[in-house]
Design a protein around this ligand. Structure first.
Ligand code: SF4
Ligand code: SF4
Length: 157
């Protein structure tokens, strides 16, 4: 069921194709986020290869039912390790962002997927395409450190 906290109204037509990421106003920048929640999951990095494995272990502030941050406005104050995606830190963070992330796709010159809310017109399509983390996570405080590997998601990059 759709529960999109992002206001995707009043945006310039296909702005993501026409303007560089660094020049987007805040509302368009935020509208690029598809709300998948993948970046709010714990990630494991292979020390030797640098390869990132995604898990279904969610940040303690992640709301599994809505697939939203539990306190978006105060996220950085409440979770020190939360990374706020901004034009000026993309170079440092894109290597661990999921391959489906709109910021990553556009940075790589790729088109958005048909299920992106800016294309489909609804956030429901992110759930229907199996991209969102809604209803499939466990909170970080419920997982023992020794069990982290049991929670990796096969095929998610
Ligand atoms: S991975 Fe990208 S598109 Fe998905 S929630 Fe995070 S910032 Fe938004
Ligand atoms: S604080 Fe919110 S936005 Fe940041 S990682 Fe946690 S759930 Fe995601």
């Amino acid at each position: 069921m759709s529960n999109d906290p992002i206001d995707r109204t009043g945006l310039r037509r296909e702005f993501w194709k026409r303007f560089p990421l660094s020049e987007l106003p805040l509302n368009e920048w935020e509208a690029l986020c598809d709300g998948c929640g993948r970046c709010c999951m714990l990630k494991l990095e292979d020390e030797d290869t640098g390869k990132i494995a995604y898990t279904n272990i969610a940040c303690r502030l992640f709301d599994d039912k809505s697939c939203n941050c539990g306190n978006y406005a105060l996220r950085k104050q409440l979770v020190k390790t939360c990374v706020i995606v901004r034009p000026d830190n993309l170079d440092e963070i894109l290597h661990w962002m999921p391959a489906t992330c709109a910021y990553k796709l556009i940075d790589e010159g790729k088109p958005l997927f048909d299920w992106h809310p800016l294309i489909s017109g609804t956030r429901d399509s992110v759930d229907e395409a199996g991209i969102s983390m809604r209803d499939r996570t466990v909170p970080e405080f419920e997982v023992d450190e020794d069990d982290l590997l049991d929670h990796t998601i096969e095929g998610m990059t």
